[in-house]
Design a protein around this ligand. Structure first.
Ligand code: SAM
Length: 244
């Protein structure tokens, strides 16, 4: 059972101290094919979800973004392209950051730091905007990381989180389950050579708290005007909260 010493890792229950190592192993293994696999496993739809995130933020030239668990920098580069001033990617995984740094080497408004979302190495009230896209599911102490994000935002700042969620339509759910449990691990094996990484992905999505529970966690971390929007029938959800 999950308690103060243990936590879920997909369908397994592991020691809290071990989850991060297991998550790092997943992303070390798939980093080189991570963005390509996102296109394949979502049939390209992750691009539209990320566009919706950026549209909700509506970047301005006065705004600096902290993209937490930012991986290869997909959200950060979109923020810059959409008119934001600068973006700082924080991710615990050096491999993911290395791939992003190479890909966006000509972007001079991007910064990269290897750091945990549970302990972000910047002072209080530093950023106008913060994002976390498909990161929260992987984090051991989610409450701690939400408190950290709240801390580094300036008063008046906004956090938008994109995460897999819980599908609403029964018919779609049947198709989604077949896609998730049969096709995604198969594609993961063929393309990255790591079936287990995609089994973890699918299981961790099913274990993730509901939209109402995540909204409650945002409120407890201090965020105001917490709202969420389901996309693609609840396959993913966008959450928004303000530091007021
Ligand atoms: N945000 C990117 C995107 O939307 O494409 C990457 C998402 S990827 C599914 C999850 C990322 O979370 C990985 O890059 C992983 O290294 C990172 N991650 C996992 N645990 C973390 C932690 N404790 N702190 C910061 N990043 C973490």
């Amino acid at each position: 059972m999950v308690n103060e010493n243990s936590v879920d890792f997909g369908n397994k229950i592991v020691k809290r101290a071990d989850k991060q190592k297991l998550v790092n192993k997943v992303f070390n293994s798939v980093a080189h094919k991570y963005d390509f696999m996102n296109d394949i496993t979502s049939l390209g739809v992750h691009r539209s979800w990320k566009n919706d995130l950026i549209n909700w933020i509506a970047p301005q030239s006065t705004q600096n973004l902290a993209d937490i668990a930012g991986g290869t920098g997909d959200i950060a580069q979109r923020f810059i392209k959409a008119g934001g001033n600068s973006a700082h990617v924080f991710d615990i995984n050096k491999e993911m950051i290395q791939i992003g740094k190479l890909r966006y080497k000509n972007f001079n408004k991007l910064e990269w730091t290897t750091a945990s979302a549970e302990n972000i190495p910047v002072s209080d009230n530093s950023f106008e905007r913060a994002t976390m896209s498909f990161g929260l599911r992987n984090i051991t102490d989610r409450n701690k990381s939400l408190h950290e994000i709240y801390r580094i935002l300036k008063p008046g700042g906004r956090f938008i989180c994109l995460e897999f969620s819980h599908i609403e339509n029964d018919f779609l759910k049947k198709f989604y389950d077949i896609w998730s449990f049969k096709i995604m691990p198969f594609l993961g094996q063929k393309i990255t050579g790591d079936k287990d990484a995609y089994i973890y992905l699918v299981e961790s999505i099913r274990k993730f708290p509901t939209q109402a529970e995540i909204s409650q966690m945002l409120s407890v971390a201090g965020f105001s005007r917490v709202k969420y929007r389901n996309l693609s029938n609840g396959i993913v959800t966008l959450y928004s909260g303000w530091k007021l």
